[in-house]
Design a protein around this ligand. Structure first.
Ligand code: 13P
Length: 268
């Protein structure tokens, strides 16, 4: 089963810094067995092409964009389209991050339009959802994120849904003012997402204050297929450690499944 480990750099890194990170990653991964771990990196728009170029020899790492407009082209000053980010080398488009919903007027409707445009051009939408602290305090996390996902993915066919990634990122857990979520707090929203969407989409990821101490536990939560990481992965050493943690988690999971199958054989 694929374990996704991705990072968004948000509004960070010059071209030189971005290229160094990507070249360093390609060197570190050369000849390394990643198992079912799927790495991805989402630079700012200015660095997509440079990062894709630096990773040309390591195509196992997918490159993404942090945003793309729903229109193909036209009079949309300041925006970039899905075909443009694809042209630069992006294969994933991040859509609806809470920072974009809060500061840039992203709505359920624009999120839905961007998901549709991304799918239409054959890229993978990484749909971000998450609830504010007051909703979590009132016990409404699962219902809140299910509503966001339902509105973003309404009307899509099964084949289209099977290409969508969902990142659950509680707003209260994101960034330097965020509080890391506990495993117990994440069980309910992931149970809800898993029950409704787990078997229909490409993966359910967790994001928000992921660090080297909590990553293994977060990957152990039911229905969590990967991690979407900010600060911890901005230094390459941090990202490489996360890939190792995910590789161990994935190997342990595969062993458990094998043992269970062996037990079933014995019973027969
Ligand atoms: P942090 O890992 O820095 O909390 O950021 C998470 C995030 O917003 C990823 O999109």
């Amino acid at each position: 089963m694929t374990v996704w480990v991705g990072t968004s750099w948000k509004m960070n890194k010059t071209l030189a810094e971005a290229t160094d990170w990507a070249r360093g990653l390609a060197e570190a991964l050369a000849g390394r067995d990643l198992g079912d771990v799927q790495p991805f990196v989402i630079p700012p728009a200015t660095a997509i092409a440079a990062v894709a170029q630096a990773l040309a020899e390591e195509p196992r790492v997918l490159v993404g964009a942090q945003n793309a407009h729903w229109a193909e082209a036209g009079a949309w000053t300041g925006e970039v389209s899905v075909p443009q980010v694809a042209d630069a080398g992006a294969r994933i488009v991040e859509i609806g991050h809470s920072e974009r919903r809060e500061h840039f007027g992203e709505t359920d409707e624009t999120v839905r339009a961007k998901v549709a445009a991304t799918l239409a051009h054959g890229l993978v939408p990484l749909l971000c959802v998450g609830e504010p602290a007051e909703v979590q305090a009132a016990g409404g996390s699962g219902a809140h994120v299910l509503g966001q996902v339902e509105r973003a993915l309404a009307g899509l066919e099964a084949e289209q849904l099977s290409r969508v990634l969902i990142a659950y990122e509680p707003i209260w857990a994101i960034g330097e003012h965020g509080r890391p979520a506990t495993v117990a707090e994440l069980a309910e929203p992931f149970a809800a997402l898993g029950a409704h969407w787990g078997s229909r989409v490409a993966g359910l990821l967790y994001g928000g204050s992921v660090n080297l101490d909590n990553a293994a536990d977060l990957l152990g939560i039911d229905h969590v297929d990967g991690l979407f990481v900010g600060r911890t992965a901005w230094r390459l050493e941090g990202y490489l450690r996360l890939l190792e943690i995910a590789r161990s988690a994935e190997a342990a999971r595969a062993r458990t499944i094998n043992d269970e199958n062996d037990d079933k054989e014995k019973v027969k």
